[in-house]
Design a protein around this ligand. Structure first.
Ligand code: G3P
Ligand code: MG
Length: 407
């Protein structure tokens, strides 16, 4: 069964992220690097505008669950002291950017702000054509992902919990958890029956059974109307045997990671695990029909383009006009997962002309000895012990710091 991935066209249309970092509080680190303007005495002059920057993965590079990884804090502080721009580019999510960045600032004991952060679902904010539609948002703890979607501007958000509490028979095996779900579920929209216009998985589903059932119901429905079955399903005279031929809602995933580096010593299944599980269900239920869907997150081109736009905006904030005269030429992507961080950086074709170099650390998902165990497409430009070593390697490679300078 072939899953046809289609680029997230909506991401390319809009220029800036709306809503995702609304109310970003740019702390002192945001102006320390700007040339002092007349009367603007406190900013020291920025002698050199670096033509390079960094993109750091989070899980397995900066943190293992809640525990900072050695050298992470000192590496970021060093870059901040040198006015070298960086962003945090994660396939994680499940909370608003404001909540996540506060969490990261506290755990790493370093000043960060939301303009630095790209989470798996952050680019969904750009799908403004869906903001007024009814969307299902699955995954994450409680109603947190619904809160994230609303913070992006989505006005009519429904969760699997809302559907379960309104129709407990939809997934009979959740009857032992109704107290949990009713603690955060909201009433369904008044219009009956419920019609869903798009399906999003924002973060790792906590109940694969419930979420798979709801996704199947909607993808087999007529026009996204819950509780219906399209009469076209299984009609061999139609394309795709009649499946997904009846204006069913499009399915958007935010993160393809099969594995991720948590507090457990071995990598744990990520949202990609759910996607493969659901693909198996869909294949069996439809006898091999295609599941058209979109997956963003690393290694997708769409997410890397979104991240570079965020990095360029960051640079403009830090340097103002001088930055514009010194174009961004190189980005060092530091990651722990060859299949997402390294593969994405290696494959990324920048529309802005920057070159991305991939650095693989040994503090997360990667468990090999040499970087060449990974398939060619996921082999890093450099294999290093940890993020501190990655930054040192990059500062030498960029010529910013000579080999002799402090090791
Ligand atoms: O759910 C988080 C996981 O998929 C990986 O996160 O930060 O390593 O991209 P990160
Ligand atoms: Mg990682």
């Amino acid at each position: 069964m072939a899953a046809v991935l289609r680029p997230l066209g909506g991401l390319r249309r809009a220029n800036g992220v709306r809503g995702a970092h609304r109310g970003a509080t740019l702390g002192p680190s945001s102006w320390r690097c700007i040339e002092p303007r007349r009367g603007f005495q406190s900013a020291p002059p920025q002698t050199k505008v670096p033509d390079f920057a960094f993109a750091f993965d989070i899980d397995g590079v900066l943190l293992r669950s809640s525990t900072p990884i050695p050298s992470a804090r000192s590496a970021l502080l060093h870059l901040q002291s040198q006015c070298i721009p960086f962003i945090l580019l994660t396939n994680g999510g499940g909370k608003t950017e404001a909540e996540r960045i506060e969490d990261l600032s506290n755990k790493l004991d370093i000043e960060l702000d939301t303009s630095l952060l790209v989470q798996s679902h952050t680019p969904f904010a750009e799908l403004t054509h869906l903001h007024s539609k009814t969307v299902l948002v699955a995954g994450g703890d409680g109603s947190k992902c619904a809160e994230v979607a609303r913070s992006y501007g989505f006005e009519n958000v429904v969760t699997p919990a809302d559907i379960l509490i309104a129709h407990p028979e939809v997934w009979p095996f959740a009857r032992n958890f109704l107290d949990y779900y009713s603690s955060f579920a909201r009433p369904l929209p008044p219009a009956e029956p419920l019609k869903v216009d798009a399906i999003f998985v924002y973060n790792d589903p906590r109940d694969w059974g419930l979420d798979s059932t709801i996704l199947l119901d909607l993808l087999l429905s007529s026009k996204g109307v819950l509780g219906t079955l399209s009469p076209k399903n299984g009609n061999a005279t139609l394309p795709n045997n009649g499946y997904l031929q009846d204006s069913q809602p499009h399915l958007y995933y935010s993160n393809p990671d099969l594995w991720w580096a948590s507090a457990h010593p071995l990598p744990r299944l990520g949202q990609g695990g759910f996607q493969h599980s659901f693909a198996g269900l869909w294949d069996k239920v439809t006898n091999g029909a295609e599941l058209k869907h979109t997956v963003i997150g690393k290694p997708s081109q769409a997410t890397y383009e979104f991240a570079e736009r965020r990095l360029r905006a960051r640079r403009k904030t830090l340097f103002g006009a001088p930055g514009l005269n010194n174009p961004l030429r190189k980005v060092y992507m530091v990651g722990d997962n060859p299949e997402s961080d390294i593969r994405g950086s290696n494959a990324y074709d920048s529309p802005y002309g920057s070159q991305w170099r991939s650095l693989l650390v040994k503090t997360g998902v990667f468990s090999g000895i040499r970087g060449d165990e990974a398939p060619e497409y996921a082999r890093p430009d450099a294999l290093v012990q940890n993020v501190g070593e990655a930054v040192k390697w990059a500062l030498r490679d960029s010529g910013w710091e000579s080999k002799t300078e402090k090791e």
